[in-house]
Write a protein that binds this ligand. Structure first.
Ligand code: PEP
Length: 252
């Protein structure tokens, strides 16, 4: 099986300013030049234009943290996939647990967003993951399978070939608690095997990222696991040195 390239993607969430972004993006470009791994940042919508102008001649890609499921129309406050490609986005995160928990995005809405992103030419980064209660009730696999199956049902198994998955246990996001490499690997392998049951080629090529309190100090160990193909990085992606070290830990 050909090695999958690693991808390290930052999720800035609702952080940043014109000045901070400039310094951070310059540092990330400098610090990751020549790296074999793919590097990306998912920034707040208002900073897409700035991000595009700072990154367009570089090896670092960029994307958004959300996308509307609609193509266009009377949807006040929403942003469509084609608007994101207008600003050169390569990626759009869909189904982040904060959007599921705080904005009521259920599996079907996430699947619609996944499809809308792909229709617009974006690569969706589909987030799946269980809450602490669900892990303690030993239903992690069921929860993750349902999140994944909703997308497969709507968009088809082949659609996963043009996507990235991120396993993000909700109890590990922004909490400082990281899944152990073995805990993460177990779920990554479950996801890949489930997809392989439908399409082995899609499964073996699919980048599955781990997200949840990844830091410079734990990244290399996580990224060394067979089915972990990089990371989706929240808090640590805002600190240039830390994010660069995480990216370096992803070199193939
Ligand atoms: C995230 O927001 O996707 C995330 C993984 O956050 P953190 O790295 O801060 O846990």
């Amino acid at each position: 099986m050909a090695a999958r390239p690693k991808l390290i993607a930052g999720n800035w969430k609702m952080h940043g300013s014109i000045g901070q972004n400039r310094d951070l993006l310059h540092a990330v470009v400098q610090g990751t030049t020549g790296l074999e791994a793919d590097v990306a940042v998912c920034v707040p919508y208002p900073y897409l234009s700035q991000t595009q102008s700072l990154l367009q001649q570089t090896h670092v890609s960029w994307g958004a943290q959300n996308v509307s499921q609609h193509e266009k129309g009377a949807y006040t406050g929403e942003v469509s996939g084609s608007m994101l490609t207008d600003f050169g986005c390569r990626y759009a995160i869909v189904g982040h647990s904060e959007r599921r928990a705080l904005y009521g995005e259920d599996n079907y809405i996430v699947a619609l967003k996944f499809k809308a992103a792909q229709t617009a030419g974006l690569i969706p980064i589909l987030c799946v993951g269980e809450t602490l209660d669900q892990r303690e009730a030993a239903i992690t696999e069921r929860v993750v399978a349902e999140q994944l199956d909703a997308v497969i049902e709507l968009a088809g198994i082949a659609s996963l070939a043009k996507s990235v998955l991120a396993y993000e246990p909700v109890w590990a996001i922004g909490t400082g608690k990281t899944a152990t490499p073995e805990q993460a690997q177990e779920v990554h392998a479950f996801v890949r095997n489930r997809i392989a049951g439908r399409d082995p080629g899609v499964a073996s090529g699919l980048q599955i990222l781990y997200g949840g309190s990844v830091k410079a100090s734990n990244a290399a160990e996580l990224f060394s696991m067979t089915d972990i193909d990089g990371g989706l990085i929240g808090g640590a992606s805002l600190i240039a040195d830390e994010f660069i070290k995480i990216c370096l830990a992803g070199k193939n």
